[in-house]
Design a protein around this ligand. Structure first.
Ligand code: CP
Length: 312
């Protein structure tokens, strides 16, 4: 594999899940594979899990990770083609990506959307510029429209915790105080579409995700109806896609409660705002898989890095 920027880079999710389970059972088995190889992690936005789990994955493979907070610490990067750089940006992506490629064998990038300019966000300018101008493989650590390391993690976690051949999985919107990206929900949707699960999305009117992502996945605007017989409830807030980046008024209470989800397992990518997105009683119960999900971030990242290292 060259780059990992989308769930669509996964050819066979079931074989990837099996390989991730093998890695989890013996995480240091490939310690020689990444010897003398450097992973550069470039963060344009904040992170706890992605930052640490991807470094941990690299260390498990014998790689040397180096990390930079690009927004705070690097020169302002210009992405426009032909721009007269007499403003705030000091370095063009053409030089920046080429230079970082000399220091790193793989570059991982996190760059969130603006949520103000749909067309620009969907062009994935930052991620795709690294793909275009770097001479080494690029991994998305969450971009404007996708979080494929999280989506792979979630697929692994569902496979590990499923007691049925074809579980019912519900992706439910939940409230939040801020307007959030669609990336996690998009990649989760794409991952579930590749798995043998009964998958539905529950969200209020006005919050349908990009139809090019949801395709023929059923979208239900009644949370109670969607949760009927659910085995897994995956919760995430996202801002409106139709009224791009806005937080719309919602009549019903969409906060996740123990009463609503019953015996279903609860999942969330974290970080999560307690008692806004989900009540304490869910997060503090045995039904919650959120800590296991965060653990699996390491093995998802390790699988992706392993596949890229094998093809270097
Ligand atoms: N789930 C996730 O990507 O967490 P961080 O934003 O902390 O990396």
């Amino acid at each position: 594999m060259k780059h990992y920027t989308s769930i669509n880079d996964i050819e066979n999710i079931n074989s990837w899940i099996d390989e991730a389970k093998e890695i989890k059972a013996n995480p240091l088995a490939n310690k020689e594979l990444g010897k003398n190889k450097t992973l550069g992690l470039l963060f344009f936005n904040s992170s706890l899990r992605t930052r640490l789990s991807t470094q941990k994955a690299a260390l498990n493979l014998g790689m040397d990770p180096i990390v930079m907070n690009v927004s705070g610490d690097a020169w302002g990067i210009e992405f426009g083609d032909g721009t007269i750089m007499n403003g705030n940006t000091a370095e063009h992506i053409k030089e920046a990506a080429a230079v970082v490629s000399q220091y790193c064998d793989i570059i991982a990038v996190r760059a969130f959307p603006s949520l103000t300019d749909k067309e620009k966000d969907e062009s994935e300018q930052i991620l795709n510029s690294f793909v275009k101008f770097a001479s080494v493989p690029v991994v998305s650590m969450e971009s404007a429209t996708g979080h494929p390391l999280q989506g792979l993690t979630d697929a692994i976690t569902i496979a590990e915790n499923s007691t049925k051949k074809k579980p019912k999985v519900v992706l439910s919107w939940a409230p939040h105080v801020k307007a959030l990206p669609h990336a996690v929900a998009n990649s989760f949707t794409q991952a579930m579409q590749k798995m043998d699960v009964e998958f539905v999305i529950a969200n209020p009117e006005g919050y349908n995700l990009n139809p090019e992502i949801t395709k023929d996945t059923p979208i239900i605007h009644n949370q109670e109806e969607a949760f009927k017989d659910a085995d897994f409830v995956y919760t995430k807030n996202w801002s409106s896609y139709e009224n791009y980046g806005q937080n719309l008024e919602v009549d019903a209470n969409w906060t996740i409660t123990k009463d609503k989800i019953g015996d279903a397992k609860f999942m969330h990518c974290l970080p999560v705002r307690r008692n806004v997105v989900v009540e304490d009683a869910v997060l503090d119960s045995d039904s919650s898989l959120v800590i296991e999900q965060a653990n699996n971030r390491t093995y998802a990242a390790q699988l992706v890095l392993k596949k890229i290292l094998e093809d270097l």
